[in-house]
Design a protein around this ligand. Structure first.
Ligand SMILES: [Zn+2]
Length: 308
């Protein structure tokens, strides 16, 4: 039987490993973790501390040289600028390894026990095989997809990316990988401006609201159903919210909840193991983002508690 409590991996370094002066809204992790105490009290969520990932594991999806240079402080200034979480802190490497560890632990949990799990960070879909980009150092979605296939024997893995930005790094890393399918629903007029090719790209025009957006999500879910995945990796960024500073879509909090419900209903109906990766969210103030992320993890935890 599935544990009624959905585990979510979180570490204080998710916030503290980013410099206070960085433009990135680092407090979203800490605030969200506090909000999740309500779900712990309800008995539907447990918070787990991630260990740093074994760096060798990263090399399943990344060039050895890139992994080694990142760990050794050997990235060039241009490479660091492209990642964008500047100024870097002493604990940035450990933060990165713990986030990747959280995603891998969340993966191993659902492959062992079924149900859902989550990481209170990650969904780092702009990271490519040999370089980082757009706040993403390593690509946890790709690492998890390839680990699931190569070390856990999953023959059909779907990466469903509903963040408002295209999962460009995931698309290139996983291109041509047998048994792994990438689906990205994103805003056409948004970063990355040079799009790559997922197995399925659904590009939404900027300014689109709930109804039209949800019809695209239905299209994406029809594709998911067609593949009958043994594992679903869900990049659940909430930066499509109307209040998001980087989004360019006009989704409401309620629309975002419906979006997630469509995914979790599928997971429930088909009892597919599913990992939820937090992804983007940059509203100003950050409250709108945190509200939607709270809804996301509540929706996932509710679904998990309903599984047999
Ligand atoms: Zn995003």
């Amino acid at each position: 039987m599935t544990d009624a409590r959905m585990p979510i991996w979180y570490h204080p370094l998710y916030t503290d490993g980013i410099d206070e002066e960085a433009r990135f809204p680092r407090e979203r992790y800490r605030i969200l973790r506090e909000r999740l105490r309500a779900l712990e009290a309800e008995g539907i969520v447990s918070i787990e501390l991630p260990d740093p990932v074994d760096p060798q594991v990263l090399k399943i999806a990344h060039e050895d040289d890139y992994v080694d240079r990142f760990l050794g402080g050997g990235l060039t200034r241009a490479e660091i600028r492209r990642i964008g979480l500047q100024p870097w802190t002493d604990s940035f490497v450990e933060r990165t390894l713990r986030i990747m560890g959280g995603s891998v632990s969340a993966l191993e949990h659902v492959l062992t026990h079924g149900g859902l799990s989550g990481n209170l960070a990650g969904g780092t879909h702009h990271s490519h095989r040999g370089f980082g980009s757009g706040y993403c150092v390593f690509n946890d979605l790709s690492v998890c997809a390839l680990l699931a296939r190569d070390r856990h024997g999953c023959s059909r893995v779907v990466v469903l990316d509903l963040d408002v930005h295209q999962g460009d790094g995931t698309a290139t890393i996983l291109a041509g990988e047998e048994g792994v399918v990438t689906i990205s629903v994103h805003c056409a007029q948004n970063f990355p401006f040079r799009k790559t090719f997922s197995d399925h790209d659904i590009a939404v025009e900027s300014g689109v609201g709930d109804d039209e957006y949800l019809s695209f999500v239905d299209d994406a879910m029809a594709l998911v159903e067609q593949y009958e995945p043994e594992l679903l990796l869900f990049q659940a960024g909430v930066d499509g919210l109307a209040q998001d500073a980087l989004g360019r879509l006009e989704l409401s909090r309620e629309g975002m909840r419906y979006r997630n419900k469509r995914v979790f209903d599928y997971v429930l109906d088909n009892e597919v193991p599913c990992v939820v990766f937090m992804g983007g969210g940059y509203s100003k103030p950050i409250d709108h983002t945190v509200d939607s992320l709270f809804d996301l993890f509540r929706g996932a935890a509710n679904a998990n508690s309903l599984l047999p």
